[in-house]
Design a protein around this ligand. Sequence first.
Ligand code: GTP
Ligand code: MG
Length: 718
Amino acid sequence: MKTYSTDQIRNIALIGNTGSGKTSLAESMMFEGKVIERKGSIEGKNTISDYTEIEQLNQRSIFSTVLYTEYMDHKLNVIDTPGSDDFVGSVITSMYPTDMVVVTINAQYGVEVGTEIFNRHAERLERPILIAVNQLDHEKANFEQAMDSLRQTYGTKVLQTQYPLNTGSLFDSFIDVITMKMYKFKDDTGIREEFPIPAEEMEKATALHNTLIESAAENDETLMEKFFEQGSLSEEEMRKGLSIGVRNRQIFPVFCLSAKKNIGTKRLMEFIIKIGPSPASTPMLKNNSKTEIKCDAAAPTSLFIFKSTVEPHLGEINYFRVMSGKIAEGMDLTNANNSTKERLTQIFAVAGKNRTKVSEMVAGDIGATVKLKNSKTNQTLCGPGIDFTFEPMQFPNPKFRTAIKPKNEAEVEKLGELLNRAHQEDPTIEVEHSKELKQIIISGQGEHHLNILKWQLTNLNKLEVEFIPPRIPYRETITKIAQADYRHKKQSGGAGQFGEVHLVIEPHVEGAPDPVKYKINGKEINLSVRGKEEIKLDWGGKLIFYNCIVGGSIDARFMPAILKGIMEKMEQGPLTGSYARDIRVAVYDGKMHPVDSNEISFKLAGRNAFKNAFKEAGPKIMEPIYDVEVLVPSDRMGDVMSDLQNRRAIIMGMGSTKGFEVINAKVPLAELNKYSTILSSLTSGRATYTMKFASYEQVPTDVQEKLLKAYEAEEEEE
Ligand SMILES: Nc1nc2c(ncn2[C@@H]2O[C@H](COP(=O)(O)OP(=O)(O)OP(=O)(O)O)[C@@H](O)[C@H]2O)c(=O)[nH]1
Ligand SMILES: [Mg+2]
């Protein structure tokens, strides 16, 4: 393959609802660019993009696939993405290295929930948008209805550049109002004939053409002046205006397509090449000193790795975008995130599982390499003279969690390694080896997402695993003041043990003054604070420890042991064994024995005094509460609301955006188990949500009772 210069490269990501035809469109593009000789199909399980076994089994994309095609002396890098919200991670990693997204719309349904979800990410990443209304050959295709839904979602930015002359199984021609021609296609060969616009279409085509010229003019002052003077623009001026409008996200042009019959693919590619942004013209990732690195082939070399995976028989493969400069086979680079020296022993242009070796690549191009020692997704490789990293890609919070264990206990280490790798390949899979819950917790974007992981572990890694309900990380705290004394005494042969601790505990409130005096059960306890330790707990909240010993009733050297005993109980709370938080303790008196007192004795005395006081101090279980935002079509609002109310949700607000209702609520994590699956079935997959940890709150009394009973039963079992 020849080396393409920066301005001969275009990078696009195909995004859209599942089933809209992204993979089929990619296939059609590869076919038109002659990267493949024969066009595969989803049903034939032979597309170049969906080449993995699991994708062919499911007949849908699960991973993003890097592809390219060559057309009009340009290299078009195309990343095909999955359309299910469960795989949003791959959609995001595909948008970062590309300069524009092509949103595919199923002409039967118009804008769908997936369109909406991924559009939000495109908006956040400020990616220009082209819209491909696909499947116009489908019997139920309805172009006008699809256009209406597009206008509802994207507003006046939607700009029609084409319209079909017939839809359904006979679909074979459309009018293009940029070139002002009619294109007619033969069978599904992609071969097209050009005709003048038929007389009966002239009025409609001219009106759309004029709208298009006006929109093009609006993006540039000189063009606007020209337009007012002459009432029109030359073809070149129109292209310039469109190009600016597309790049600035002011214009979202719409194209007519049948990926299946190869209709419209070439016109779409021509537009991308002639009008779409070149890699040098769009703002890219910023580096760690917040400067935007210009996509300039003459600058020093930098690469950003946006995807790492393991391919059978090949090992780890890293996909990158050349952010600046040039790379050549054999080049030495440094990983700026971890200082590892890396060599690009081979560089590939990639089309699915087919890799073509190339000798060099310039800024803006997308490729892959193998055999890097210590580099992965989100890291930057730099050539001589520079040393910076690009800002890492951001992913949404997980929304489905489960505990996982190997069927065979002995394989727990292997599971750990494989999960670690899964996270590296897909950063939206999060893994936590929870000491607290005594479980391995994995989280992802949905049940389907994690079931795919399970399938891979079982079938590709030959590791049988089970999903079990995840425990909830409860916390314990107290609500009032309590006092306790505890004497630890042991006299069984040899040296004895003796320690006695008197303490008061009370809820910790941020900013409260140090305690001076307590009145408990009519008894007054005066304190004089000698020492204060403020411990920020790893699991959230604080423990404040006051040393208020006067007159040497306990030696200062025993205080750390007392604190240690208390910390042991903080780590395994007296109610349910969960972590305790937000408590302050004042140790104000005690007793020592001249011979038998030692650290162990005081640790035990401190621990038990704390435990006894805790039980008297109105102890409460706290549970994690999440901020949940649900995006739901209006007609399903009622079902979703009443389901939320059954989950102890507190509704914080409601609103609507672009045809969807938005519900904001606070919901206990314990009630969110499998929520993504349930929401999906309540709304036929048309709703989505995000969740984010908000705070710990006390559980209601009935829930506390249940938890206490469950813990007792568990203790007895052990
Ligand atoms: N009639 C018709 N069917 C199409 C067309 N494009 C795709 N399809 C069919 O629609 C289904 C989904 O196509 P895909 O290309 O897998 O859609 P996708 O957007 O990649 O879907 P995901 O990978 O699940 O996100 C398949 O059965 C295709 O054969 C088209 O232009 N016309
Ligand atoms: Mg697909």
